[in-house]
Design a protein around this ligand. Sequence first.
Ligand code: 13P
Length: 250
Amino acid sequence: MRKKIVAGNWKMNLDKISSKNLVLEILDKTDNNDINIIISPPFIYLEDSVKDCLRRDNVLIAAQNCSSYDNGAYTGEVSAKMLSTIGVDYVIIGHSERRQYFNESNEVLNDKLTQAISNNLKIIFCCGEDLEQRENNEYFDVIKDQLNSTIFLLSKENFRNIVIAYEPIWAIGTGKTASSDQAQEIHFYIRSLIKDKYGDKISNETSILYGGSCKPSNSLEIFSQHDIDGGLIGGASLNSTDFVSIIKSL
Ligand code: 13P
């Protein structure tokens, strides 16, 4: 059985009080069941949120980033080890906003993967094409390349720490969602690539999330697709009513 996951990526939003209130509201409105809820606040709120969330087995915490370095003179960086020692479960790596605005190359992403894995963090690894690549029908190749040059370099054992998030860039924060058929087509493709690389068992066990303008009005349809195991939610994770409604639709 694959894990069902709804993860909320808060990006660079909310303040200390609203962060805490949001976590408490989410806890209050959801149960301890088979759905894993992952909350990914900015670094500075991780510890407070962790403390509150540890009360429930199905609520986990993700950092939005980690350093590609182990430790040392890297001003402003936060290491995977630091995250691990405060009880963080997951780290998001490969998000298109980090690739685009912070020039994260495959080499940097691979160093981050190494850091995360050596510090026992699980990984939500993002991939996805931009609008031009979609319109030129290049998206299968783009996604294959993104995976071949990063997570598909991992050993079978290490690959078990990966959750994949398919996030078409043209759907992130734009209000345009991939249709459930478009998303399923890519999720099925990603699963078939995992099967070719790591075999049937791992491909059936890897959770693949959809991200990009996922909201209460479309989540049920998206999540009803066979290869979609949940969502990585941006904007709609910033308010408990919408986020909980998305969790309930899964
Ligand atoms: P939106 O849900 O705001 O489109 O963001 C998706 C995303 O980037 C999650 O990581």
